[in-house]
Design a binder for this molecule. Structure first.
Ligand code: BGC
Length: 735
C-alpha cells in the first residue's frame, strides 16, 4: 500500500460522516470577485465546524493565511483547505485573452503563460486554478469564446496539454506549481444560439469528434481536477450526468482526479427540472461529483440522503478521498502554509513577467489585411491615433482577469508615443449608451467612460487632428466585458456608435489603419471594405499597448493566425472550417448558378476570414505538396513535405498548416481537418522544406458505433497558410 493511501486511510478512519461531507464543500466568501448570484455566509464558523473543504475567489497571502489558520488550528482534525481562483490568462501579470494566445499556435509560449501564472498564483497563496478552459466553440455570439482556444479540436487539444503542463509542471509538490482544473465538462461552448448557460443538444459523433478531445487531452496531460458545465448533455445537466462524469470520464478515460461543479450548478438543476435540492444533490453525488461549488447542496442534504438510502456512504467516501488526495499531492498535509511563505511575491509583475506579457501581446496580433503594405508604420510619419480604445487602460486586461489591476496596464498611446510623432483624439465612445455601460460594469467597476461632449464634437476634433497626419490609426472595437461570461451578443459587430467616426475618418482620404480590440470574432465586412489595413489585437493584458506598438512599427512581424472563423454576418453562424459537405454543395468557383444548392440568397457561404488566416509583413510562397509515396500500407508512415520561401522584405514567422480529407468513409467526414502544424522563421529569400509525418492516428475518426477507427482508401493531404489556402496531393492508404 502506498504511503499516500495509508495516510489517507488513517485520516478517513478518524473522520465522521459530517466531516467527510464537509470536505466536499467549496465556499466563496466574496469580497473580491463573485461570478454567481451568491456568496457563502458565516465562513469562519463553517470552517471551524469542519464543513468546508476549500475556498476560492481571492488571493494574497494576507487573505489566504487567516482561513488556513482556522482550518489547521481550530478544527478537530486540522485538515488544510485548498484555495482556488480563476486564473485564466495570467494572474497579476495579465497575458492576452486565451483566444488571442491560441492564435500564436506557439505551444511553448502558451505553456510559458501558464507557468508564469502558476508562479505568481502560488506566490499569492493560491494552489488551484480554474483553468484551462478548453470548450470548443463554433458560435462567436457566445462571449466565453474569449476564454478558449477557438473552434478546432486538434489545436485545442495541444493548447489544453500545454496549459496543464505550464500550471502543474509534472510535479504538484513543487512550491511554484498549482493544480489545474479543466473546464467546463462538457460541451459548454455549444450553447444554443450562443446564449450563455443555454441548452446543448448534439449527436455522440459530433461530441466525440469535435468537442470532447481537448478535455481528454487535458486529462491525459495529468490535470488534477475538472469542473462540470452548466449545460445539459443528452438531456441531463452535466452536474448530475453519470454517463459523463463516471462512465466516460472515469471508466473510459481513466481520470483519477476530482470533479468540482461550476458555481451553484447542483442547485441550478432544480431550475432545469430535476427536482428539489435534496434530489439534485443526490443526483450529483451519484453521478460522480466530488465537490460542490458554493451551492451547499451537499452539506445541507447528503447526510439525510445517506440515511434514506438515496446515496451510498461509499460515494461520499470516494469523493472525500479524492479531495484529500489532491491536498496530499499539493503537499498541504506536509505544510498547509507552503503557499503562504510570501517568499516569491517579488516575482509578481516582475520585469521578466512583463517582458513575457509584451511578447505574448505582440505575438497574438493577427494581421487581417494590409493593402499596399501600409503597415508597418514609419517612425518618420506623423500618426493620428484616434478612437475610444486609443488611450484606454480599463479595458486592456480583457475578460476574466480577476487579479489583474487595469491601472498597471499600458495603453496603446503610451506604447506608440515614444516611437513616432503621435497626435491623439478619442473621436467616439465605445458606446454612447449609459445603460449598456452599466450593464457591463463588473464588480462595480465601470469600464466604459462616456465622454461628456456631444459625439459630433468628438468626431470634428478627430477629423481635424487626422488632417494634420500622414496616416490614421483608429483603435476601435469591443469593451472587455462585451465578451466573457454572461456576455453573449446577437450583433457581433463593432458597437455601432463607433461607425460615424470611422466613416468620417474614411472620408478624409488619408490611409486608414484599424486596430481592432475584440474578445470574439466580429463581423467586419464594412471595415474590411473601407480600411487599408487591419490589425486584430484582441485584449492583450498588462503590456497590451507596448506589444501592439511593437507590431505596428514592425519590431515584431505579425505571424498569428485565426483559431476561429470570422463570419460575414450573424446569419452565417454557426460557421467553421471543418464543416461537412452537403449533398448539394454550392461551388461558387465552378460558376453554376443553380437554385437548388446549399447556399444563402443574400450572402456567400464563405466566411470573411477563414480559420488559419493571418498575414505577415513579408510574403511566403508555398511549393507543391510532395509525398514520399503514392501508396501506404497499414501501419506505415507517410511523409508530406512542402518548400516555403520568404519572398518579401522582412524576416518573418509562418505557421504551416497540415489538413487531411477523407473523401469516402462509412460516416460523413468534414471537408478538411487540421492534423498538424509547424511555426517556422524565414529570413528574406530563405526557403525551407517542412515535413509532416502522417500515420493512421491522423486518419482516425469516430464511426457510428463510436469506435475510433480509420478506413482504408484515398486521402487528400493539404498543406498551406490557412484552411482556405492550401496545396493538395492524393495518397492511397491500404489496410
Ligand atoms: C464560471 C467558471 C468559474 C466559476 C468560479 C463560474 O461562473 O462558469 O468558469 O471558474 O464561476 O468563479
Amino acid at each position: 500500500m502506498s504511503a499516500m493511501k495509508s495516510f489517507i486511510d488513517d485520516l478517513m478512519n478518524k473522520m465522521s460522516l459530517d466531516e467527510k461531507i464537509g470536505q466536499l464543500n467549496l465556499v466563496a466568501p466574496g469580497g473580491f470577485t463573485n461570478t454567481g448570484p451568491e456568496t457563502t455566509k458565516n465562513v469562519s464558523e463553517k470552517i471551524r465546524a469542519g464543513q468546508v473543504g476549500g475556498m476560492f475567489g481571492f488571493w494574497g497571502v494576507q487573505n489566504v493565511k487567516p482561513w488556513q489558520d482556522i482550518a489547521v488550528k481550530e478544527t478537530r482534525l486540522g485538515i488544510p483547505l485548498i484555495f482556488g481562483l480563476d486564473v485564466i490568462h495570467g494572474h497579476q501579470t495579465v497575458f492576452p485573452i486565451p483566444l488571442a494566445l491560441s492564435c500564436t499556435w506557439d505551444m511553448a509560449l502558451i505553456e510559458k503563460s501558464a507557468r508564469i501564472a502558476a508562479v505568481e498564483t502560488a506566490a499569492d497563496g493560491v494552489n488551484w486554478v480554474f483553468s484551462p478552459m478548453v470548450d470548443i466553440c463554433r458560435d462567436p455570439r457566445w462571449g466565453r469564446i474569449a476564454e478558449g482556444a477557438g473552434e478546432d479540436p486538434y489545436l485545442g487539444s495541444k493548447v489544453a496539454h500545454a496549459m496543464v503542463h505550464g500550471y502543474q509542471a509534472g510535479d504538484l509538490s513543487k512550491p511554484d506549481t498549482v493544480m489545474a482544473c479543466v473546464k467546463h465538462f462538457a460541451l459548454y461552448g455549444a450553447a444554443d444560439g450562443g446564449r450563455d448557460y443555454n441548452t446543448v443538444d448534439m449527436s455522440r459523433i459530433k461530441m466525440f469528434e469535435y468537442y470532447l478531445p481537448p478535455y481528454r487531452a487535458a486529462i491525459d496531460a495529468g490535470a488534477g481536477s475538472i469542473m462540470t458545465a452548466f449545460n445539459e448533455v443528452d438531456g441531463v445537466p452535466c452536474s448530475g450526468n453519470k454517463w459523463l462524469l463516471t462512465d466516460l470520464l472515469r471508466h473510459e478515460w481513466g481520470f483519477d482526479g476530482f470533479v468540482v461543479t461550476d458555481f451553484t450548478s447542483i442547485n441550478e438543476m432544480s431550475a432545469h427540472g430535476m427536482g428539489d435540492l435534496q434530489t439534485v444533490s443526490a443526483l450529483a453525488a451519484n453521478a460522480g461529483v466530488d465537490m460542490d461549488m458554493v451551492g451547499e447542496g451537499f452539506v445541507r442534504t447528503l447526510k439525510s440522503s445517506i440515511q434514506e438510502g438515496r446515496v451510498k456512504t461509499e460515494a461520499v467516501d470516494a469523493a472525500c478521498r479524492r479531495i484529500l488526495e489532491a491536498k496530499q499531492a499539493l503537499g498541504l498535509f506536509d505544510d498547509p502554509f507552503r503557499y503562504c511563505s510570501g517568499k516569491s511575491v517579488e516575482k509578481i509583475l516582475s520585469p521578466e513577467h512583463r517582458a513575457a506579457a509584451r511578447e505574448m501581446a505582440a505575438k497574438s496580433c493577427v494581421l487581417l489585411k494590409n493593402d499596399r503594405q501600409l503597415l508597418p508604420l514609419k517612425t518618420s510619419a506623423t500618426i493620428a491615433l484616434i478612437g475610444p480604445l486609443a488611450n484606454d487602460r480599463k479595458n486592456m486586461p480583457g475578460t476574466w482577469a480577476v487579479a489583474g489591476d487595469w491601472q498597471k496596464c499600458v495603453t496603446l498611446l503610451e506604447g506608440m508615443q515614444p516611437r513616432a510623432k503621435v497626435l491623439h483624439a478619442k473621436g467616439a465612445n465605445i458606446t454612447n449608451s449609459k445603460e449598456w455601460a452599466e450593464r457591463l460594469a463588473i464588480y462595480g467597476n465601470n469600464r466604459i467612460d462616456i465622454d461628456a461632449r456631444d459625439p459630433s464634437d468628438m468626431i470634428r476634433e478627430a477629423v481635424e487632428i487626422a488632417s494634420k497626419a500622414d496616416v490614421i490609426v483608429a483603435a476601435v472595437g469591443e469593451a472587455q466585458e462585451m465578451s466573457g461570461e454572461g456576455a453573449s451578443r446577437s450583433d457581433i459587430g463593432i458597437p455601432p456608435d463607433q461607425r460615424p467616426l470611422l466613416e468620417a475618418l474614411k472620408e478624409t482620404g488619408k490611409p486608414l489603419v484599424l486596430v481592432v480590440f475584440a474578445g470574439r470574432p466580429l463581423t467586419l465586412e464594412w471595415q474590411h471594405a473601407n480600411a487599408d489595413a487591419m490589425l486584430l489585437v484582441w485584449f492583450g493584458g498588462t503590456e497590451a499597448g507596448n506589444g501592439i506598438a511593437d507590431v505596428l512599427f514592425g519590431e515584431v512581424n505579425p505571424a498569428a493566425k485565426l483559431t476561429a472563423t470570422f463570419p460575414r454576418n450573424v446569419g452565417q453562424i454557426p460557421i467553421y472550417y471543418n464543416h461537412k459537405n452537403t449533398g448539394r454543395p454550392y461551388l461558387a468557383a465552378g460558376g453554376y448558378e443553380d437554385k437548388f444548392k446549399s447556399r444563402y440568397l443574400d450572402v456567400v457561404n464563405e466566411p470573411l476570414y477563414p480559420f488559419g488566416h493571418g498575414l505577415s509583413y513579408t510574403s511566403f510562397e508555398y511549393g507543391p505538396v510532395k509525398l514520399d509515396k503514392a501508396e501506404v500500407e497499414g501501419d506505415g508512415r507517410l511523409t508530406a513535405s512542402v518548400t516555403i520561401r520568404n519572398t518579401g522584405k522582412y524576416a518573418g514567422e509562418e505557421i504551416v498548416q497540415l489538413y487531411i480529407t477523407d473523401p469516402v468513409a462509412s460516416v460523413t467526414r468534414p471537408v478538411k481537418e487540421l492534423r498538424g502544424f509547424e511555426k517556422i522563421m524565414l529570413k528574406p529569400d530563405e526557403s525551407r522544406e517542412v515535413s509532416f509525418v502522417i500515420t493512421v492516428e491522423q486518419l482516425k475518426f469516430f464511426n457510428s458505433a463510436l469506435e475510433h477507427v480509420w478506413e482504408p482508401g484515398e486521402f487528400l493531404i493539404h498543406i498551406g497558410s490557412s484552411s482556405a489556402a492550401v496545396q493538395s496531393a492524393k495518397v492511397v492508404w491500404n489496410k
